[in-house]
Design a protein around this ligand. Structure first.
Ligand SMILES: [Zn+2]
Length: 262
């Protein structure tokens, strides 16, 4: 009984102590407590895995990008051109050239060995060219070339010392810039000629040519401008000091043939 009395006294004292502290808190403190009670703390919603289905794991081989092989589309071979060219030249079909630059493409690749018609002109090396360019050159060789040789030298051309046909390179052998027409089999370099009287002409020695040979060469160069769209030779620029360059170039910007005759 005595112990119960003591416990009752202690509980009573403790309650009055808490109450006295509540009373001690001022109106500002109470206000702050009320505001804090009003604040709603958002509860993070558990992630629903159905909304983020896990991606299938890649197999090891799929983690690296697949190797892409770029093939340059080869235009259809111009069969009609080949039939016509075969009547004016000894020519064979050629495989498309394999080049580092996929832009170097010959539309209808042929190897020109000899032009026919009138007097035959042998090439020192078979030239890889586009059929349509080869046709244009074969026609020029059997008509204009032979006529001018007859007129100025009273001789016939029997052999062409030829330079480059197809070469995958840029203009004037530069490392940048537009591709040369040689890169499309659309150009030919002439280095010199042999004639049926045993004489020969070397374009490299254009400045020292005998008068009759110089007349022949100059008239040939002039006539080339009517048959080809670009003609460059000794005096045009250092890159063409040793040969006569002929091509049938067309720029992408201007599909009509442009003419450079230097
Ligand atoms: Zn050339």
């Amino acid at each position: 009984m005595f112990i119960r009395l003591i416990i009752a006294i202690l509980i009573s004292g403790l309650s009055s102590s808490v109450a006295s502290k509540e009373v001690a808190a001022g109106p500002v403190e109470r206000e702050l407590r009320l505001r804090a009670a009003d604040v709603t703390i958002p509860v993070q919603r558990p992630v629903d895995k159905r909304e983020f289905p896990s991606l299938p794991k890649l197999k090891k081989a799929e983690t690296s990008a697949p190797e892409i092989t770029v093939e340059t589309p080869q235009p259809a071979f111009d069969e009609a051109c080949f039939v016509k060219l075969s009547k004016t030249a000894f020519v064979s079909r050629a495989s498309p050239p394999i080049s580092k630059d996929p832009q170097c493409v010959i539309p209808s690749p042929v190897i020109l060995h000899r032009t026919l018609g009138g007097r035959s002109v042998k090439f020192t090396d078979g030239l890889l060219l586009d059929c349509n360019f080869a046709r244009q050159y074969a026609g020029f060789s059997s008509t204009t070339l032979q006529k001018l040789a007859k007129k100025h030298l009273n001789a016939g051309v029997t052999e062409l010392h030829s330079g480059q046909g197809f070469v995958c390179r840029r203009r004037n052998n530069r490392s940048t810039g537009k591709l040369s027409e040689h890169a499309f089999g659309n150009a030919l370099d002439l280095l010199g000629f042999k004639f049926n009287d045993g004489s020969s002409l070397n374009i490299r020695k254009a400045v020292d040519m005998p008068a009759r040979q110089a007349d022949f060469f100059n008239s040939l160069r002039e006539a080339s401008c009517g048959a080809f769209t670009t003609v460059l030779g000794p005096g045009s620029n250092p890159a063409h000091a040793t040969h006569l360059h002929l091509d049938l170039g067309r720029s992408k910007e201007n599909p009509n043939p442009y003419r450079i005759c230097e």
